[in-house]
Ligand binder design. Sequence first.
Ligand code: SF4
Ligand code: SF4
Length: 455
Amino acid sequence: MKSSSEFYHALNIQTDLCIGCSHCMRACPTEALRVRNGKAELINNRCIDCGECYRVCPTHAISIEQDDFSQIFNYKVRIALIPSVLYGQFSSSFSQNDVHRALITIGFTDVWPVEDSVDYLVTKINEYTKNASHKPVISSFCPAIVRLIQVKFPSLVDNIALIRPPIDLTASYVKSKYIEEGNHNSDIGIFYVTPCAAKIVAVRRPEGDDSSDVTGIINMDFIYNKILKVLSNGNNDKNGEPDSKPSLGLRSSSWALTKGEAASIHGKALAIDGIWNVIEFLEMVENEELTGVDYLELRACDESCAGGILAPGNRFLTAENMLRDANSKVVWSIDQSMSRIKDYQKRVEDIANLKPLKPRSMLKLDEDMVRAMGKMERVNRLMCYLPGIDCGVCGAPSCVALAEDIVQGNGALSQCVFLQKIMENNKLNPEHSFRIMKKIWGENRFKKDCDKPIK
Ligand code: SF4
Ligand code: SF4
């Protein structure tokens, strides 16, 4: 699933492990996968890095890239930028400071929670929502949702809040503090611990923006194992992490959970999680069936970031741990909050807004409008012949997807087994038909093999 130069993706399909079972193709919400020659193939401009394919692959043929951990040692100042979801992976017998100290033990020099910028962010979002001309305003927090809107709901792109997410705000804030303390920019390495693939892409290729202060990405499941090893062996460096580092308040601790954002919005805000629920909801917004809503918090994963594909813990237990922790937080005084918000304003206000986002319609069949209309007509004509039952045997997830592939020169009507049956009487004999099926599903699929994976 490697990127083209235009579209970068963090997921890779290891073809040697792929058995062409098509589970991923059926799970993909944007019809970004096909099975060809018995292997899954990605259509780059459709993929939104939601990771649904990763969840369902029975052979772990889909992997997620990350930076080499040892690169943190190229920097004098090595900051772990961690989302609150990481704390939620551990049982209550380990405190947040235990997690911080373990991160210091494995090589970081400082630890900073991503949601540190949330109080500042709330003021930005409320101001933005109050003045927005496109309602409901849609949160830009979840990068998979931003991409989903760009590719599947291009008419709603202007509803996305043009505000950078907490990762970027906190990274810029921390960097500014370290530079103020006399460190050189090139000595500071900020490493984000990610619970999902979409955030890897968001950091490497930020939407609507051209750079991020995050230096590298470490996957959460990888770092979790390293931390757990330190905690289990009792090797934690008790002196490593100063306890005075920023501690999250109630609002910031639950920000990454479902309703975390919505609870802080002035006006009517709704929170929806799970990619298919979000799609259903966006269809309502697109059809103007939703009125009187000011703000939508939309998250691709069930239980939001607690359900991220790289978060090792059970999502419900993680959310429960995080809520328990959030509720035990001391509520900051207004003075404390205001002084932190002002400090953030001073350091990150000039980078806090995203540049306007562009649609990236997956349905765009051609750059040229007239040719695109012609192709759309052909798709419609082809649909008169295709059965419309979306069986997936052709190696495309739906009949419309096959029709679009044909129009784009990436498929043939003969891939449809039902049409083959009709064509049999005319020109397509069973041998030819078998050759086509072998091309889609691979030679071995039709060999007698009692050990064939059946998962
Ligand atoms: S990451 Fe999501 S959009 Fe991309 S291929 Fe997998 S399921 Fe489809
Ligand atoms: S789900 Fe099946 S077709 Fe998709 S990558 Fe995994 S093995 Fe290949």
